[in-house]
Design a protein around this ligand. Sequence first.
Ligand code: NAD
Length: 257
Amino acid sequence: MTNDQDPLFSVAGLGVLVAGGAGGLGLPISRELCRRDARVVIADIDEGKAVACARTLADAGGWAAGIGIDVVATESCAAAIRQVEGRCGGIDGLVNASGIYRVASALELTDADWERSIDINLTGAFRLARAAGASMVPRGRGSIVTITSVSSLVANRNYAAYAASKAGAAHVTRVLATEWAEAGVRVNALGPAVTPTPLAAEIVGDPAMREAALARIPMRRFGTPEDLLATIVFLLAPGSRFVTGQVLYVDGGRTIS
Ligand SMILES: NC(=O)c1ccc[n+]([C@@H]2O[C@H](COP(=O)([O-])OP(=O)(O)OC[C@H]3O[C@@H](n4cnc5c(N)ncnc54)[C@H](O)[C@@H]3O)[C@@H](O)[C@H]2O)c1
């Protein structure tokens, strides 16, 4: 759709898997990548929604396909990568925008919520990156971006499970970056602050939580999905070719306050 892209920031022609691509952040990211002529495979545990989202993007003139994935299942992650390889001739980019948000005071946090948070947000991010890396490393190129969170760095009350999962995902990003750097595969993360999506509905909808969250963001507003797009494009595009193992916080200053 756009034919006049600066090569440094061009994602045109890249085959990109967006996991959690039917979500509040995943869909705007997928839409922007389509608008920039990437070939986007939207993968989500809600397969019907993934297919519907892809159809909408394709109807608007983009190249998009929708598939199901469960990042909790190793074979499902491998199958999603195979789908991208088959449809795009190889996987150039992975954006992992899947995730869940379970919060409770440490004394009330259940084992089930702890384990589910770790299984999806941390182990899921690893499973999918590992599957993508198995395809990218032999090809000698690729860029992986995991959406972590400001919670990778800051400590909020009631966030033990979520923060542990996000801190772990940020550190796995660094470890994978060291393992795959020589092969030309880059691994980075993007850490947003609170962004109104279904995942953050509880924070944004409760007046007291909303005010407390805003008070911690120096720019005094929540993020928007659109705030993240330039960073995603940058991390997938050639201009970031010497950037690996980084967590870029796009957070209105949340992590410096
Ligand atoms: N919205 C925020 O305030 C915020 C802030 C920081 C980080 N994040 C992170 O960004 C990511 C996306 O969040 P969002 O706001 O778009 O949430 P969202 O709930 O709108 O979207 C998450 C998507 O992940 C999918 N998903 C859930 N479990 C899955 C599984 N097992 N396998 C595959 N897909 C699965 C959901 O179906 C959904 O489409 C999450 O990792 C979240 O932790 C969000």
